[in-house]
Design a protein around this ligand. Structure first.
Ligand SMILES: [Fe+2]
Length: 187
């Protein structure tokens, strides 16, 4: 498997781990218990600063390459860039809502839960389609030279939560993910 595809799959694993932490916080919210807004905000903030800016554009490049090797498969994947734009907009809207709630603005619990649940459902659905069809199709159709071209043009940053050089800002989120959802528990 190409290094790029491995990287994208690893991102999905990491994003899924964060989504599970978010899921846990939504369950807390549904139980009317005190919720950890900082944690939710950090997760949404991460989604905006890493997947939206680096992971999704890299997938868009892979789809571009797939289009030239297997246009039928690419057509089946659909308009990934539009889906990524929708996810980014939903992330921004959810972040804004939870920032309001954290800041003391009155936001109904129902609205927070609905927004969080929709965000989770769409992200899971998106990742499932990519893992289930897009990545295998790319692995089958792309040639070594395609992967090399993508890799050469790619200047990926270090993941601020899961990379070797974690950002101070995300230290708590990283700790939370590592303690609650160790890789052994996420298989
Ligand atoms: Fe993805």
């Amino acid at each position: 498997m190409s290094a790029i595809l491995r990287l994208l799959q690893r991102d999905h694993t990491n994003i899924s781990r964060l989504l599970r932490v978010l899921e846990g916080q939504l369950a807390v919210l549904e139980a009317s218990d005190p919720v950890d807004y900082d944690l939710i905000v950090d997760i949404l903030d991460y989604c905006r600063s890493f997947p939206d800016r680096y992971h999704h554009p890299l997938e868009d490049r892979v789809l571009e390459a797939l289009r030239s090797r297997d246009s039928d498969a690419a057509a089946r994947v659909g308009d990934l860039a539009a889906q990524h734009a929708t996810l980014a907009a939903e992330t921004t809207a959810a972040l804004s809502l939870f920032l309001d709630a954290r800041g003391g603005t009155e936001v109904s619990r129902d609205e927070l839960i609905r927004t969080g649940r929709e965000f989770l459902a769409h992200y899971h659905q998106h990742i499932e389609v990519e893992d289930g069809f897009f990545f295998p199709a790319a692995e089958k159709a792309l040639r070594e030279t395609d992967w090399q071209d993508i890799e050469n043009a790619w200047v990926g940053p270090v993941d601020p939560v899961f990379g070797d050089r974690e950002e101070e800002h995300y230290r708590r989120l990283r700790r939370e993910v590592l303690t609650q959802h160790s890789p052994a528990n996420t298989a």
